[in-house]
Write a protein that binds this ligand. Structure first.
Ligand code: COA
Length: 191
């Protein structure tokens, strides 16, 4: 296996969905969702989302879905504590999903994929990034990884994913009972 982080491309659709069905849950992302998320992840025709690609097989072993500001704010239906962000919402990016193959977790691939997106976001002048951490993630890996790169918790959303008709890997069948912890990372000092 020769693993390399790479910006997401349309040609990754099949491998991306194979990975998300197996690791996030069947049908969490549909082919239509992929088209929409790819579009929202782009800034100046390049995606700020990253995948962990095995160059030998073409398989994907990790995804970091990132939306640069501001288009995602009008499209995203998830609840948000915008009043607690302390910066203009139009200057804030969204860390939509991050998953790493269970066999490769705990080896730093999640932070590596995220740092690649953060570098792009800082370069475009983005002021902050918001993420919804999965409170029930195995080994508390979600919160631990986000805190490690500097995110701070600002509130909780119970039943955050319950409206999505997918088989959560923890709850097994819909509706998902998991809670999201909204977290923020500032890329520039708040004035
Ligand atoms: C969250 C996630 C993307 C982080 O990526 P990663 O490459 O594992 O990140 P790291 O290697 O920095 O590990 C993060 C922390 O989780 C711990 N961890 C990760 N997998 C682990 C495992 N299988 N067993 C024990 N601890 C584990 C790491 O030890 C580390 O904790 P530490 O900093 O206290 O040592 C990845 O673990 C994952 O896909 N988890 C399940 C899905 C998930 O929760 N996604 C986020 C949804 S919001």
């Amino acid at each position: 296996m020769k693993l390399v982080p790479q910006p997401l491309e349309r040609k990754h659709q099949e491998a991306f969905l194979r990975f998300t069905d197996a690791n996030i849950g069947a049908r969490y992302y549909t082919p239509e969702d992929f088209q929409k998320l790819f579009d929202l992840s782009c800034h100046h025709q390049r995606s700020l989302a990253y995948v962990l690609l095995d160059q030998d097989s073409g398989n994907i072993h990790g995804v970091r879905v990132t939306y640069p500001p501001p288009r995602w704010l009008q499209q995203e239906t998830a609840p948000l504590f915008t009043e607690l962000w302390n910066v203009p919402p139009e200057s804030v990016a969204y860390f939509k999903s991050l998953f790493v193959d269970a066999k490769l977790q705990g080896q730093g691939w999640g932070p590596t994929l995220s740092q690649a997106s953060l570098k792009d976001l800082a370069a475009m002048g983005c002021q902050a990034v918001v993420a919804h951490s999965w409170k029930e993630s195995p080994n508390n890996s979600s919160l631990r990884y986000l805190e490690k790169i500097g995110f701070k918790a600002i509130g909780e959303h119970p039943l955050f994913w319950s409206e999505i008709d997918y088989d959560c890997t923890r709850c097994k069948k819909p509706p998902c009972q998991c809670t999201a912890v909204e977290m923020i990372l500032y890329l520039a000092p708040i004035s």
